[in-house]
Design a protein around this ligand. Structure first.
Ligand code: FIX
Ligand code: ZN
Length: 440
């Protein structure tokens, strides 16, 4: 679990809040992590490397996280190191270069850099090694299953929610051939971006998989689309369905005859309502503005809050989990959640996952929504990132909460330890658990 920061160690309210926040188990409502049965490119003690495996872990993955690739190309010009040369390098060579350029040639002051150091320190490793050799030996000696348990214990995670992209061949194959098996530590999520971003392509793919579907979205296709969704919700024991959508995403209402609107209105939302499962919409990623950077090439754009408003209003029997990528969307999203009880907002997503913005956004949400939101998710892509992402977030959230409780105490209201524990459990666990409960 995370340790108190120095900032408010003398203040009894802050001490109490920090202790409670540091010890509260978390349901992490969105990650890109997977159980070992989905394979891993890194062999751990007693496990073969699986180059197409989904679970990323270890020092080389930590250092080649796409956030750090973007930061590398801030300091190494493409003239000196072409994107193509970088991508031809091995993962180890990429990690060595990033360690040198971002952690030795410069102070690792960015959140993504500091996170690597926080994680190494929490494992009891010295973060000042000039090379990665010692770290590599340490990670290679870990038994992956036990390592997952240890990471979850250090990070205080009770449940890891996956992102199961049914349109990813490497992942889909593992669920169909039975090699991917349920793991009580991980909750499944059906990720269906392509259905809403590229219906013609998705329809052709469904047809190739044996569903009678074509682009016209007639009654037979809609029925087959519902069957496809139900098949995968059941196969994954999905706790919600999710889609990442571009800033331009627009739902114009009942008369919207565009494919994504019909998919939402006639198939996805009715099925989710029937199953009591939420739809998670993550809106604002403008993909690949610099394709040469790979996953690091995505940009942020302001989303259309009116579209989210229409969906919450038109589908009162559906539950929506929404996070928006743009800082400029955050206030209107919090105000919208005041209008619709079927909307739960979550996380400080991606470029918002920095201490200064977590503090700003969490404070605003507490002031507008009380404890009726999910303040954070990790979005971890590498297993050990759970440690730093939750350590850093807990420290910020505790400071913000302590301020709120101090203001509350100043009214004369009694701020009891039980009340703080109840609130923190809601924020860090129960709100996410309730949204992930398959019975709704
Ligand atoms: O769509 C998503 O799930 C995003 O979180 C990712 O695509 C993104 O690359 C990420 O990992 C951000 O933290
Ligand atoms: Zn994500």
């Amino acid at each position: 679990m995370s340790r108190p920061s120095d900032s408010q160690s003398l203040d009894p309210v802050a001490q109490t809040v920090r202790r409670i926040v540091a010890s509260q188990a978390v349901w992490d409502v969105h990650t890109h992590l997977y159980p070992p049965t989905l394979g891993s490119p890194l062999a751990g003690a007693g496990r073969e490397a699986d180059p197409q495996g989904l679970l990323l872990w270890g020092i080389d993955e930590l250092l080649t996280y796409h956030y750090l690739v973007a930061e590398l190309f801030r300091v190494v010009s493409p003239e000196r190191l072409s994107y193509a040369t970088f991508w031809r390098m091995s993962k180890r060579e990429q990690a060595d270069l990033i360690w040198q350029r971002l952690f030795w040639d410069r102070s690792p002051v960015s959140e993504a850099c500091r996170g690597v150091l926080s994680t190494l320190t929490r494992f009891g490793l010295d973060p000042n090694e000039p090379t990665l050799d010692r770290y590599r030996r340490w990670f290679a000696a870990q038994d992956l299953n036990r390592h997952i348990d240890r990471v979850m214990e250090l990070a205080g995670i009770e449940r890891i929610t996956m992102t199961n992209n049914v349109f990813d061949d490497h992942e889909r194959r593992r669920w169909l051939d039975g090699s991917a098996r349920p793991d009580r530590r991980f909750a499944g999520v059906l990720r269906i971006d392509r259905l809403l971003r590229d219906w013609p392509g998705a329809a052709a793919q469904l047809a190739a998989w044996g569903y009678q579907s074509d682009a016209d979205l007639g009654p037979r296709t809609l029925a087959e689309l519902r069957r496809f969704l139900a098949d995968w919700i059941d196969r994954l024991t999905a706790v919600y369905c999710a889609a990442s959508l571009p800033p331009e995403f627009c739902y114009a209402g009942q008369d919207d005859a565009r494919p994504h609107a019909i998919v939402l209105r006639e198939a996805l939302l009715p099925l989710l309502s029937e199953r009591g499962l939420p739809l998670a919409m993550m809106i604002g990623c403008r993909a690949a503005v610099n394709p040469a950077l790979g996953d690091a090439g995505d940009m942020v754009g302001k989303a259309d809050i009116a579209s989210v408003t229409r969906l919450c209003a038109e589908f009162p029997e559906n539950r929506f989990l929404v996070t928006l990528l743009s800082r400029e969307n955050q206030h209107e999203l919090a105000v919208l959640a005041r209008k619709f009880g079927n909307l739960t907002i979550f996380g400080c997503w991606w470029f918002l996952n920095t201490p200064s913005l977590i503090a700003e956004i969490t404070r605003m949400r507490l002031e507008l929504l009380g404890t009726s939101f999910i303040p954070q998710h990790s979005d971890a892509r590498v297993l050990e990132q759970l440690v730093y992402k939750w350590d850093h977030s807990r420290q910020v959230m505790a400071d913000v909460l302590a301020d709120q409780y101090r203001q509350l105490a100043a009214t004369g209201w009694t701020v009891s330890e039980e009340a703080v524990a109840r609130d923190v459990r809601r924020l860090l666990r129960d709100n996410a658990a309730r949204m992930s409960a398959r019975d709704g």
